[in-house]
Design a protein around this ligand. Sequence first.
Ligand code: HRO
Length: 293
Amino acid sequence: MNASGVHCTNLDELDALLNEGVGAVVTKSCTLEYRVGNPEPRYATIPYGSINSMGLPNNGIKYYIDFIEKNQAETDKLIMLSVAGLSKTENLELLAIANQSAAIKIIELNLSCPNIPGKPQTGYDFDATESLLNEAFAICKKPIAVKLPPYFDMAHFEAMAEVLNKFPLAYVCCVNSIGNGMWIDTATESTVIKPKNGFGGIGGLFIKPTALANVRMFYKLLNNIDVVGCGGVQTGQDAFEHILCGASMVQIGTTLWEEGKTCFERISNELAEIMNVKGYNSINDFKGKLNEI
Ligand code: HRO
C-alpha cells in the first residue's frame, strides 16, 4: 500500500491508486479543515532518499470521507482514512466525525507528523499517547491503527509498546519519516527545503535500518497487534526484509513519490520472485522468522 502523504492528497491521485496494483490505500493525513501546508520548496529528492516538510497540506476530513463513501463499496481494496489533528481535541473531533460514516472501515491515527512548527510529535510523549488512545477508543467504535515515529532507544520501544498493548489496535505502522533532519546543497551553501529553516522528515533508503529495527522491536513487543512496515522500500528485497522482521503489510512512500504508481507492480513482482526462489508460497512462511545470530 502507499504510505500516507504520498499520491493520496487529491481525488486524481487517490483514484489512480485504486486502479493500480495496490493491496490497500491510505488517504493523506487530514485535519478538520483544508490546509495549504508549508511554503515551497517543501520536498527534495536527496541521495538515498528524501527530505520533506509538507506541513500537512490536505483537503479537510470531509473530502476524504466523501472519497471513501463513493469508492469503498465498489472496491475490494481497503481504504484507510488517515487523521492527524493538531491537538488532542482536534484528533478526537476527527475520530468522532469518522465514526459517523458507515463506509469507513479503518482509521490510521497519525501520531508522528514532524513538520508542524511548534507542535511536538504525540508519539514521543507516552503519557499523551495513552491519554489520547483512551479517549479515542471511547469515542470511536471503528478499528483504529497508529502511525508511529521511529524510536532509537530500547527503553522507548518498551515504554511505547506497554502503552500500545493496552488497546485493541488494528495495526501499528512503523515508521513515519525520521524527523528534523537536514540536507545541504554545498554549491549554493543552502538548505534544500524552505520550511523550518531547512529541517524536515527524512525518508527513503536512508531510513531502512531504522525502519527494520522498529518493525522488529514492535513485532516482538506487541501482543496480537499487526505491524505494518514503512521506510526504505525500493525493491522486492526491501519488502521481503520488512516482512522477515515481522511486517504483515508494507507501505511505500519515497519510492512512490519518485517512481510513480507503477512501483507497486514492480516491487510485488520482485517480492514474488524472491519467494519463488526460496520456495515460499505465502508471506506467513517467512513473516517474523528473521534469523538472529
Ligand atoms: O505533511 C507532512 O509534512 C508530513 C506528515 Cl503529516 C507526516 O506524517 N510525515 C511527513 O514526513 N510529512
